[in-house]
Design a protein around this ligand. Structure first.
Ligand code: F6R
Length: 610
């Protein structure tokens, strides 16, 4: 998730933009850059400085440069396509066009081929491909509006673009699809940015740029027009938040913000890997032979990533009918594991730096296994050292408790499972694309769950007062329970155990007392009745039961105290809405207890010690 800012007005543009970039840095960064329109050099109007590293490095490098400019754009990059290098940093420029981009261009490979760009690209980024397309049409039409309209008709993906045309002084052209842009006008000029933090020093009146609308900023104001050329009136908003809460997008904590970012993160992780509805890893260079030749799959990870692996195991075994084992990395390292060159090893890590996971991966490699890592942080050690990497595109996860990284790890595992099924002949084209279609359909399902949080808040009121809680379920529902219990423990400090529902009676049920909270998950049709029988067992012993089922199940007060419903989707995909519910229960419990949700005690975001 990159940070974007554009300014045109009467102030020194370099200062406005660098100050804005500093405000946007919390979005994650690995490089930063600015482009300024010089007033005094019409023959060479665009000044660009960009480099890998934080904004402070860019600030230092530009210190001595006196640029007479009141119009420019700036960018902090969080790498998705291409490594962390000066060349891959934004802005990108060619001909008369200079551009910054936040988002992911899905069809960039196709565009490189159709427009013969292979030999002319300077960077490894998808953003530069978008730039080249806009430049191509600007040369053809000599009209910025036509060039942008034509280009966005061809480009697929999520994007917010800010564009300078070197022969149009003082103006910034912007457009977006999915990725955010907000804009406002102050007495000192017009501003646009990926979020409000960068605007607040200048104005508190702003609007969200409507999607597929071209905004043109000039020193006196901002005009908007849709793709048909009709003028658009923005809906003005007023911000009365402080800067800290703006960084959190108006949410009180990063965790809640990140929970709410899951639909976008899922979209960004899935869409670029789908070609004709099928998972396609040619961009990642992952050969199908890897999936065809393996006899078994071994998943290595820690914590939440490990629990994503548990769901992946069930899905893969169900579809592929080959053995899939999941290993806690810190155990795997000392187990002398039974793997060889016929093992495909999937290594999952948000940070890509977890030392146990990294060392586990090295052991697997030594034993001849081929490794694919599923990693969120671009260029991290695990990503670099694995044979292949499938990046999740969740954007930076700042809250210590993992939320959006979990759902995109799952999305990556579903992509892998489906590709494997296809190349191994388990699924034909139709079945594979039907499967992926169902995965895509969870994006609106998650959005729906996020809209109705009353039930989860209600559960949290009970949890806040508890010392112990239990999460139970069978088969896939049990795998979901593990993550639900971990979320509750780590941020609310309520002791929570996840148990296979049928196993409780072999000992643990002794711990159920009057009022003990139990979250029971029963979304798997095949064993629904069995799970409900186990729920009755705990209810009969006084448990306060929250039951999560698909919509339409009749359950009375003898079964549960709170009934939470997810939309009626196929069993294999229920993890997504259930995960969001469990995250929200944990979040509201911790928040209700007044705890430091984003920084729970004793925990670190990246665990680089054994
Ligand atoms: C829990 C959590 C941890 C991490 C674990 C692995 O919310 O965040 O359990 O999942 O430390 O971290 P990564 O995925 O960075 O390897």
């Amino acid at each position: 998730m990159c940070g974007i800012i554009g300014y045109t007005g009467t102030l020194d543009a370099k200062k406005v933009i660098i100050d804005g970039l500093k405000e946007l840095e919390y979005r994650g960064y690995d490089s930063a850059g600015i482009a300024l329109m010089r007033k005094d050099q019409p023959e060479d109007p665009i000044y660009i400085m960009k480099e890998a590293g934080p904004v402070s490095v860019l600030e230092e490098s530009t210190k001595g440069d006196e640029v007479a400019s009141t119009c420019g754009i700036g960018h902090t990059r969080w790498a998705t396509h291409g490594g962390v290098t000066d060349q891959n940093a934004h802005p990108h420029t060619t001909g008369r066009v200079t551009l910054i981009h936040n988002g992911i261009i899905e069809n960039y490979r196709e565009l490189i081929n159709s427009y013969n760009l292979e030999d002319s690209l300077i960077s490894e980024t998808d953003s530069e491909v978008a730039l080249r397309i806009i430049d191509y049409y600007y040369n053809k039409y000599q009209d910025p509006y036509r060039a942008i309209k034509k280009s966005v008709g061809i480009i697929r993906g999520s994007y917010s673009f800010c564009i300078l045309f070197s022969n149009i002084p003082g103006k910034i052209f912007c457009i977006r699809n999915v990725s955010p842009l907000v804009a406002g006008v102050s007495e000192k000029g017009s501003l646009i940015a990926s979020d409000l933090t960068a605007l607040l020093p200048y104005t508190r009146d702003y609007f969200v740029l409507p999607e597929h609308t071209i905004a043109v900023l000039d020193p006196d104001g901002i005009t908007l027009q849709d793709l048909e050329g009709n003028e658009v009136q923005p809906e003005m908003l007023h911000a009365d938040w402080d800067v800290e809460s703006v960084k959190k997008g108006g949410y009180p904590h990063f965790m809640l913000k990140e929970i709410n970012e899951q639909p976008e993160a899922m979209h960004n992780t899935l869409k670029p890997r789908l070609q004709d509805g099928l998972p396609d890893f040619s961009e990642e260079g992952i050969p199908d032979s890897l999936f065809q030749d393996c006899r078994e799959v071994c998943i290595i990870a820690c914590g939440t990533a490990n629990y994503a692996g548990m769901v992946g195991k069930s899905i893969m075994e169900l579809i592929l009918r080959i053995p899939v084992s999941v290993h806690i990395a810190s155990e795997f390292r000392y187990e002398d594991p039974l793997i060889d060159d016929k093992t495909l090893c999937i290594v999952i890590s948000q940070s890509g730096e977890t030392i146990d996971t990294l060392e586990g991966m090295k052991i697997a490699m030594k034993k001849g296994a081929k490794t694919i890592s599923i990693v969120n942080v671009k260029g991290s050690t695990i990503a670099r050292e694995s044979d292949y990497v499938l990046y999740t595109h969740a954007g930076p996860e700042i809250s210590v408790a993992s939320t959006k990284a979990y759902t995109v790890q799952l999305a990556a595992l579903y992509l892998l499972a489906c590709r494997m099924a296809y190349v191994r002949g388990v699924y034909d084209k139709e079945q594979a694309s039907a499967f992926m279609n169902e995965v895509l359909m969870v994006v609106p399902v998650i959005t729906e769950v996020l809209k109705n949080i009353v039930g989860m808040k209600h559960v949290s009121e009970k949890m806040m007062k508890a010392k112990d809680a239990f999460y139970i379920g069978r088969s896939l529902d049990y795998a979901f329970s593990l993550e639900g219990a971990l979320k509750l423990k780590e941020i609310s400090y309520v002791h929570a155990e996840a148990y296979p529902a049928g196993e409780l009676k072999h000992g643990t049920i002794a711990l159920i007392e009057n009022g003990t909270p139990v979250v029971a998950i029963a979304t798997q049709e095949k064993i629904y009745e069995k799970t409900i029988s186990n729920v009755r067992e705990v209810k009969a012993r006084g448990a306060f039961v929250t039951l999560i089922t698909k919509k339409g199940k009749e359950v009375g007060p003898e079964v549960c105290d709170i009934h939470l419903e997810i939309p009626d989707i196929a069993d294999q995909f229920t993890v997504f809405p259930v995960a969001v519910m469990l995250q929200l229960i944990a979040y509201y419990t911790a928040d209700g207890k007044g705890l430091d949700v984003d920084k729970p005690r004793n925990l670190a975001k990246s665990v680089t010690v054994e």
